[in-house]
Design a protein around this ligand. Sequence first.
Ligand code: PHE
Length: 337
Amino acid sequence: MDIERQFEGYRQAALAAIAAAQTPQELEAVRVEFLGKKRGRLKELQGLIAKVSPEQRPTVGKLFNEVRTQVEAALRRRKAALEQPRRAAEGIDVTLPGRVPALGRRHPLTQTMDEFKDIMGRLGFDVAYGPEIEDEYHNFVALNIQEDHPARDPLDNFYLATARTQTAERDRTAVLLRSQTSTVQIRVMERQPPPVRIVSLGRVYRPDTVDRTHHWMFHQMEGLMVDVDVTMAQLKTVLRLFATAFLGQDVAIRFRPSFFPFTEPSVEVDMWFDGDWLEIGGAGMVDPNVLTAVGYDPERVSGFAFGLGVERFCMQRYGIGDIRWFTENDVRFLRQF
Ligand code: PHE
């Protein structure tokens, strides 16, 4: 019977197309073609049933249902097979060497500062933090730096444009990028009574012409210790132990008389390293005016403070020749640490 041959042709074509589909998308196209409700080829076959004689109709109808059920079942199976995730082991040569993932690492300055915190932590110093945008009170006034002091010159600082710089509250409202981490001394003493033993590490900013050893942004480690009977000898010992621990060999520390408004006496600190005296920062005994400004009693407690340049130490230890490399983000440089 002609109609039976048509059913058979449909069945074979449909099963072959289903088996040939390689993706769920291809299979969907096959479904539309062979089983689609609107214009699919199955629909055409169904139309043929109406044309056979009433006696033949039950047989033809039964055949039609068989073919349809079979094709639908084949489609379902193929769909399930295609949607199953590919087995991971398929086609993988387990004897090939693996791909090494590219690991990031901390910036050399971050590594240096983390190590500083470690060393100072072992000496009993906690880590304190302060904002990089500071008011004049904490950057200057409380540190005993008078209004007419050259350090406050607008040309030597990054003042930020704010609305109310001329009011009586200027100290608290004029803000700048902090020029030193000594600001954190004030912030710590304001919120806790003595004894204090902290370090604070972070960025400071000063307008400067950039060259191999100068940058308008660099890092300092501030140290502060306030208690009864704190002495300058302790300051020198702490600095020597710190530098020795970081550089891995015995380092000598030299003090040269200097001046800072917030310490008295004040010194420049040098260290003897690798056959040379190197300047590493400033230090001194906390000025009584500073202790008074934060509500401490200078008759009862004394303290020392120091501020060290972080880049200096890092460059010294690794033999880095140019401070600009720290901020250029050249991975050929950064990968070496
Ligand atoms: N703040 C000083 C500077 O940036 C360094 C310093 C810190 C000096 C603490 C004395 C005490 O130059």
